[in-house]
Design a protein around this ligand. Structure first.
Ligand code: CP
Length: 303
């Protein structure tokens, strides 16, 4: 039985197969409409979500399966003190596969160890968000044609943003990738990530000005400042609007640069950018359904 805790759980060859399947699903939806007939997905979300939970639910429904679950720890028996280990042992009696989001780093891993069904990490604290990474990689591969040979700027909250950490770990396995980390000093990418890049001899720069590096980027991955991970509200207020991508900044970019964002956005991308053909973040959300359909089929060994 396979689980998904990190994007590195799949080899790059396995990821290629997963993305080929997701692209086939995109173009042949009817072929998969009953692939999960009789199967049940449990969505156990101890932390808020719109995209991840609903795209999982949409994915399973589009495959012909059904969904059970909770969207708030307060409405589950976690509020009475039940452990994640006991919860997953019980969920294993009710469902065939489980997607779990939890505010504590490592909680889905604890669940995986006790589970009788495949567990998917749907985001654990500031640690990892592997299915967002699968979404990001599928979007890049589908819209850019490959997963190598580009300069990617990651901008915003690089300290707490788990999507950023997962994406960097996934991208270092591909050829000829250059990273530009664009953040205020307080929200720099963690040292363990820059150490990993140094050890692998992968080029990266850390800068604060988005305008200065815009002309060099093939991809710009914007992120929101993660309010929920700040200890101090004053710091959040000071940093939350540090970067705002607007049409003036887009004019500095290459004509084929793509803007990605895991969403939700707050202020970091002006709505005026949405009509720019280089704005790919809503397409990215759509790819999130196809890749989760492919993942469910793969973990249930139905593909
Ligand atoms: N991208 C993402 O994880 O969004 P949600 O928090 O809405 O699931």
């Amino acid at each position: 039985m396979r689980h998904l805790m990190s994007p590195l759980d799949f080899t790059t060859q396995e990821l290629d197969r997963l993305f080929d399947l997701a692209n086939d699903i995109e173009h042949n939806k009817e072929k998969y409409a009953h692939a999960c007939d009789g199967k049940i997905l449990a969505t156990c979300f101890y932390e808020p979500s719109t995209r991840t939970r609903l795209s999982f639910e949409s994915a399973m429904t589009r495959l012909g399966g059904r969904v059970i679950g909770f969207s708030d720890a307060g409405s589950s028996s976690a509020s009475k003190g039940e452990s994640v280990s006991d919860t997953i042992r019980v969920i294993s009696c009710y469902a065939d596969i489980c997607a779990m989001r939890h505010p504590k780093e490592g909680a889905p891993m604890v669940a995986m160890e006790r589970s009788l069904i495949p567990v998917i990490n749907a985001g654990d604290g500031g640690h990892q968000h592997p299915t967002q990474t699968l979404t990001d990689l599928l979007t890049i591969r589908s819209l850019k044609g490959s997963l190598g040979g580009f300069t990617i700027g990651l901008c915003g909250d690089l300290k707490f943003g788990r999507t950023v950490h997962s994406l960097i770990h996934a991208l270092v396995r591909y050829e000829d990738i250059r990273f530009l980390f664009i953040s205020p000093e307080e929200l720099k990418v963690p040292d363990y990530i820059t150490e990993m890049l140094k050890n692998k001899d992968i080029p990266y720069e850390e800068v604060t000005s988005l305008e200065d590096v815009m002309p060099r980027l093939d991809l710009l991955y914007m992120t929101r400042v993660q309010k929920e991970r700040f200890f101090n509200e004053e710091d959040y207020i000071r940093l939350k609007d540090f970067y705002i991508l607007d049409t003036a900044k887009m004019e500095l970019a290459k004509p084929d640069m793509l803007v990605l964002h895991p969403l939700p956005r707050v202020n970091e991308i002006s709505v005026e950018v949405d009509s720019d053909p280089r704005a790919a973040y809503f397409k990215q959300a759509q790819y999130g359904v196809y890749v989760r359909m492919a993942l469910i089929l793969t973990l249930l060994e139905l593909a």
